[in-house]
Write a protein that binds this ligand. Structure first.
Ligand code: 5GP
Ligand code: ZN
Length: 115
């Protein structure tokens, strides 16, 4: 599986940097954002290094479906039943800070810090 040795999220996948993981399977990892906007703020990422949504092709359709499908399951498991937001920032104009594809999944009671 492709990894970028300089990528912070690849290091989280490899266990080289600690993270509070909420879920892991063969393809995906979910962990709690270090600066949460909401009572529950997960980052759901593919284990393989894909820098941004621009790098995604038809071969990734199942992976992307898996990511989106996991969002409600994880929120339910964490007791978030009142609603949540999903967000993928892409590239500089999309304000993507970490160049490893990730979906923010944010939920829990209002008010939130942001978003
Ligand atoms: P972006 O702006 O790229 O969509 O979001 C990157 C997110 O990654 C930010 O919300 C930031 O707080 C989070 N983040 C950056 N570095 C780390 C880290 O080392 N650990 C965790 N858990 N979250 C991180
Ligand atoms: Zn990476």
């Amino acid at each position: 599986m492709s990894a970028d040795p300089d990528c912070i999220f690849c290091k989280i996948v490899a266990g080289q940097i600690p993270a509070k993981k909420a879920f892991e399977d063969d393809e995906l990892v979910a962990f709690h954002d270090i600066h949460p906007w909401a009572p529950v703020h997960l980052l759901l990422i593919p284990k393989m290094h894909i820098a941004t949504l621009y790098e995604v092709g038809p071969q990734h359709d199942a992976l992307l479906g898996h990511m989106l499908g996991m969002a409600p399951r994880l929120m339910r498991q964490l007791g978030v039943l009142g609603g949540f937001r999903t967000l993928i920032n892409t590239g500089a104009d999309g304000r993507q800070e970490v160049p490893h594809l990730h979906m923010h999944v944010m939920g829990g009671p209002r008010p939130w810090l942001k978003g």
